[in-house]
Design a protein around this ligand. Structure first.
Ligand code: NAD
Ligand code: TYD
Length: 349
């Protein structure tokens, strides 16, 4: 069972597992919140080894029902509320889904798996944001202490702790990976890269928070899915792994690169899109820098990113330019109101 399989990263993980492992039956359990979209999986929905189940992980009975119905053997858990800005305005949604939802899954897994003699795995997909912020130097690794600063990262940290506690207390087999910022196709346009691609297409302003000198370590989503595949099959039980792109960018430099590439692809006058950059009020509690030391997964399991940032970004921009209908669909309706509250009116957290 893959939870959150209709979201951004989850859809890439589902696609990879469904196509690479035809002998697995993949159950995609997703509540289809604003971030979940079955259009993300259109190309594989007819595969005989794929099954979608609309279920909220807050509903313990429904999760229990899925375990019984499908004899779930393993979980890759990605379902979550995932956007930091939304966690600042609605923290309780994050406590419910990310903490309570994860504990619901752990309880059902524990109940079904602990005494059946099988070899099961609860793989929890987490984020590097649980470690807080770095200064100018240094990297997050598996031994970095937790220091979450946003309601999002605090809720993910809490869920990581529960997963660890269920391994320690009940003997559940677990793996946790903490990954850096992902980018790529099917990314919901509330996060930096897809939001700015969308705004450049529409010639809307590009809202850069604060001084724009915040740093993120970007990983192409398909490389994250490959890391999840390797960890699911070969990771050491009850260990954690940090996963990253070896690819740090200050926001403003990344935005300028995006503008340059899109001017070329859209045959606009060089420099045109950069004119759209607008510095706006900073995000409260904004983490200055994230960067991952991914040497453990590289050394022990041979994983490293397969595409350069230039290749990944070009593929991503091309995907958005060729999938206007998808972009149109996800930016209509409720998105309009979110955008207005977040960027047009004075932000009220
Ligand atoms: P996303 O917001 O795109 O997708 C989340 C999915 O979870 C959606 O399909 C949504 O419908 C589903 N969902 C939300 N609440 C649910 C609930 N209560 N019950 C069932 N389904 C629910 O998120 P994403 O960016 O794909 O992230 C997936 C996971 O990876 C998250 O756990 C996130 O913390 C983690 N992660 C994300 C990044 C990143 O850069 N996006 C980096 C590292 C880790
Ligand atoms: P985001 O994509 O929200 O990911 P996260 O906060 O989880 O790292 O943001 C990436 C960076 O871009 C972060 O430093 C905040 C910044 N940012 C902006 O400057 N403007 C925006 O409109 C958004 C959404 C993000």
């Amino acid at each position: 069972m893959i939870t959150g399989g209709a979201g951004f990263i989850g859809s890439h993980v589902v696609r990879l597992f469904v196509t690479r492992y035809p002998h697995y039956r993949i159950i995609n359990a997703d509540a289809l919140t604003y971030a979940g979209n079955l259009a993300n999986l259109k190309d594989i929905e007819q595969h005989p080894n794929y099954q979608f189940e609309k279920v909220n992980i807050l509903d313990a009975k429904a999760i229990e029902g899925l375990f019984t119905k499908w004899h779930i053997t393993d979980i890759i858990h990605l379902a979550a509320e995932s956007h930091v800005d939304r966690s600042i305005s609605s923290p309780m949604d994050f406590v419910y889904t990310n903490v309570v939802g994860t504990v619901n899954l752990l309880n059902v897994a524990k109940q079904h798996w602990l005494h059946d003699g099988g070899n099961h795995l609860f793989y929890h997909v987490s984020t590097d944001e649980v470690f807080g912020a770095l200064g100018e130097t240094g990297f997050f690794s598996e031994t970095t202490p937790y220091h979450p600063n946003s309601p999002y990262s605090a809720s993910k940290a809490a869920s990581d702790h529960f997963v660890r506690a269920y391994a320690e207390t009940y003997g559940l087999n677990t793996i946790i990976s903490n990954c850096s910022n992902n980018y790529g196709p099917y990314h919901f346009p509330e996060k930096l890269i897809p939001l700015f691609i969308h705004n450049i297409i529409e010639r809307k302003s590009l809202p850069v928070y604060g001084d724009g000198l915040y740093t993120r370590d970007w990983l192409y989503v398909k490389d994250h899915a490959l890391a999840i595949d390797i960890l699911f099959h070969q990771g050491k039980i009850n260990e954690t792994y940090t996963v990253g792109g070896f690819n740090e960018w200050k926001n403003i430099d990344l935005v300028k690169l995006l503008c340059k590439l899109m001017d070329e692809k859209l045959q606009r006058v060089p420099g045109e899109s950069e004119q759209l950059i607008t510095y706006i009020k900073d995000r409260p509690g904004h983490d200055r820098r994230y960067a991952i030391d991914a040497s453990k997964i590289n050394r022990e399991l041979g994983w490293k990113p397969t595409v350069t940032f230039e290749e990944g970004l070009n593929e991503t921009i091309d995907w958005y330019l060729n999938n206007g209908e998808w972009l149109q669909q996800v930016t209509s309706g409720a998105y309009q109101q979110y955008y207005e509250t977040m960027y047009t009116k004075n932000k009220q957290y």
